[in-house]
Design a protein around this ligand. Structure first.
Ligand code: C2E
Ligand code: CA
Ligand code: CA
Length: 661
């Protein structure tokens, strides 16, 4: 019973269904009214009676006018989106009500006309009445409540009246109409169910589509941004560069890329853990972001690599000049200390800049150029800005060439060692030899270590090369009893895990006394890897090896700071000796270094001594040892041995010499 009454109930709880119903029958209702008007006109024509003008003319005019005005109203409604849900519900209620009122009015009018009509007109009337009823129900099919109400109201009115008039002669027609009515109710019901299902599945589809869109948007966001910093990642940067390439009329000097690489980030990760590394990246990102102008796009393109894409108009503002100003500002920011996990970390950044100096340069090519310039800034001492030039590319090609040759050169014994004497400043006796690498049998021509050592450092080939030098030098010098050996060690070798153990193994294998060995290293390694440096140096020192700081005077480190690392010697760089004249600035500098080193119980070696005048000043200043062309150039082992013999200064008391160092 409840289900039966539900058929007549107008459900406005689902706004989407309501909207779908409204738009569906919006197009049918004007048709319904047109059919009603046609039927009214047909009835008027067949039953017109001049004596009953109200009934046969005025009444149908009134019905038709109302029907036409409603049809026009419906035609003018257009899009349902302009109605709120409440307005829509009101319109549906009104439609249901009007459908019943119009049906009853039409039925009442037909019955009224029927009473005075002739036999022919009566059959016409029943036909048009039934026709109106059926067409009304079909037109209202999507609005079940209205369709059901109309069909019940009109069927009851029709059946009651026509089973009563004319002595029940029309009873069969009434019964047929009742059957038609039931049939239409069943069809309306099932049509409505399907209609609701379609609306429901459309809604599900729409929700799924929204979810898919949201998901793909999320995927896009993840794919194109860096989760740690939230900045665009490398893929996003490349996509932007590709879009720039597509753009027509990109002016020269309107595009620049600033490529930033943090110096010492790996050490922070190694020594303080990845959590600290992440924290550091976040802080750096924040600082970089604050410095970037609004038109710049900052991206994180690698673990510790960032880029800034700068676009200017190319006329009033030159992209390269803007990039340089920005790059210098970014350097300052990166050099500020960072507090991570209660540790104050000091890092720096190396920056490379490339700009489209002519409009033909591909934006992706700019990225490569900026990267190359950054690499140059890094190898030239870090913490600086370098601007791309064609020369850098040539240098890169040369490096690639050398890189390939080092490996094969080691395999085919192309390298050699030469030895340069180091003399005791007071006695003039040769106390040690510095082993220096040479590449005389290189197929393409000999190369100086200044040219190939930094390539080997950058590619990691310095490890096999460095171990080769150490082993060869230990074997060469070991038989020269008492003579100390100095071997250069590149910072890159210290970074190699297990380096100390490899050194100790070579000493053991060659039978070299560790106390005769000195390793020379530059300070750059200490600054970037303080923790690891101390560990490695302690192991080597514990084995009896002494450590000398090479190239002193070219960096910024204070002697006091170096003492804390356990250096036993400092080696004053030859560049400092150039201006070594009485009372010169250089002399004062060397004097200060010697005084401080002596106070800290460190020995001072001066390298690059070419003139007797320099040697005499150095002796007066209290320098312990000297090395330079004045005493002997680097020479092959055989020559070095005869140099020792000729000079007759071969040390006779190895132990005391050792102590003297
Ligand atoms: P360094 O360690 O500072 O070596 C001293 C350099 O100064 C040597 O150049 C030497 O020949 C040169 N020299 C010595 N006395 C004088 C002098 O009186 N006047 C002048 N003008 N120069 C003098 P070399 O042999 O060309 O080595 C250059 C650099 O290459 C070295 O500088 C060192 O940093 C690197 N190197 C050489 N051999 C090795 C090696 O086996 N391993 C590593 N890691 N680096 C090496
Ligand atoms: Ca050296
Ligand atoms: Ca040097």
């Amino acid at each position: 019973m409840r289900a039966f009454f539900r058929l007549f109930y107008l459900d406005t709880s689902d706004p989407e269904l309501m909207r779908a119903q409204f738009s569906s029958f919006q197009g049918h209702i004007p048709l319904l009214y047109v059919i009603l008007v046609c039927n009214t006109v047909a009835i008027t024509v067949t039953s017109f009676n001049a004596a009953a003008l109200v009934k046969t003319l005025l009444a149908p005019i009134a019905i038709s006018s109302i029907a036409m005005s409603r049809a026009i109203w419906w035609l003018r409604q257009g899009d349902t989106q302009k109605f709120s849900d409440a307005e829509l519900a009101r319109h549906l209620w009104r439609t249901c009500l009007l459908a019943v009122i119009m049906t009853l009015t039409f039925n009442a009018w037909v019955i009224w006309v029927y009473q005075d009509a002739g036999a022919y007109a009566r059959s016409n009337l029943t036909f048009f009445l039934a026709l109106s009823q059926v067409s009304t129900v079909f037109c209202l099919m999507t609005l079940r409540a209205a369709a059901m109400r109309v069909s019940v109201v009109s069927t009851i009115a029709f059946a009651l009246y026509f089973s009563w008039v004319e002595g029940g002669q029309l009873l069969p027609q009434s019964l047929v109409l009742c059957c038609v009515c039931i049939g239409m109710a069943v069809v309306t019901h099932s049509f409505n169910r399907s209609f609701s299902e379609v609306v429901q599945s459309r809604r599900t589809l729409h929700i799924r589509q929204l979810q898919t869109e949201k998901l793909s948007e999320e995927n896009r966001r993840i794919a194109f941004s860096d989760p740690l910093s939230g900045l665009p990642n490398r893929r996003e940067l490349l996509a932007r560069l590709d879009r720039l390439e597509q753009r027509q009329g990109l002016l020269a000097n309107s595009l620049a890329i600033v490529f930033i690489d943090l110096d010492g980030f790996k050490t922070v990760n190694d020594e303080h853990g990845h959590h600290a590394g992440d924290e550091l990246i976040r802080t750096v990102c924040q600082r970089l972001r604050e410095q970037c102008p609004d038109n710049a796009i900052l991206a994180r393109v690698g673990g510790d690599e960032f880029t800034v894409l700068l676009e200017t108009d190319g006329n009033t503002e030159n992209a390269q000049a803007s990039a340089l100003t920005l790059g210098l500002r970014l350097l300052e920011q990166m050099a500020l200390p960072v507090l991570v996990d209660r540790h104050v970390l000091q890092i720096s950044g190396s920056i490379g800049i490339a700009s489209n100096t002519d409009s033909d340069v591909n934006p992706r090519e700019l990225l490569r150029r900026a990267d190359l310039a950054m690499y140059h800034a890094k190898t030239e001492g870090k913490g600086q800005v370098a601007i791309y030039s064609d020369e850098l590319d040539k240098g890169r090609l040369r490096r690639i060439e050398i890189e390939g040759q080092i490996g094969s050169g080691l395999g085919s014994n192309e390298f050699d060692l030469v030895y340069q004497p180091i003399i005791d400043a007071a006695s003039g006796a040769i106390v040690a030899a510095e082993a220096l690498l040479r590449w005389p049998r290189r197929a393409e021509g000999a190369l100086s270590p200044d040219e190939f050592i930094h390539v080997a450092e950058a590619t990691g080939q310095i490890h096999p090369l460095g171990l080769y030098v150490l082993e060869r030098a230990c074997r060469d010098i070991e038989p020269i009893g008492g003579l100390c050996l100095s071997v250069n060690v590149s910072p890159a070798q210290f970074r190699h895990p297990g380096f100390e153990q490899q050194v100790l193994k070579i000493i053991e294998q060659t039978g070299f006394v560790p106390e005769r060995l000195q390793l020379e290293m530059t300070e750059s390694y200490l600054l970037t890897n303080p923790g690891m440096a101390i560990k490695a140096m302690n192991t080597l020192k514990a084995a009896g090896i002494s450590l000398a700081l090479d190239d002193f005077g070219t960096g910024f480190t204070s002697i006091h700071y170096l003492k804390s690392y356990g250096f036993t010697h400092i080696k004053i760089d030859k560049s400092l000796l150039q201006g070594l004249e009485p009372d010169s600035k250089a002399t004062m500098l060397v004097a200060g270094a010697v005084t401080l080193a002596r106070a800290l119980d460190m020995s001072v070696i001066a390298e690059g001594v070419e003139h007797e005048a320099q040697a005499s000043i150095l002796r007066d200043l209290g320098c312990h040892e000297m090395q330079g062309y004045l005493f002997g150039k680097p020479v092959p082992l055989a020559e070095f041995k005869s140099m020792l013999n000729c000079a007759g200064k071969r040390p006779q008391q190895p132990q005391s010499l050792r102590i003297a160092r």
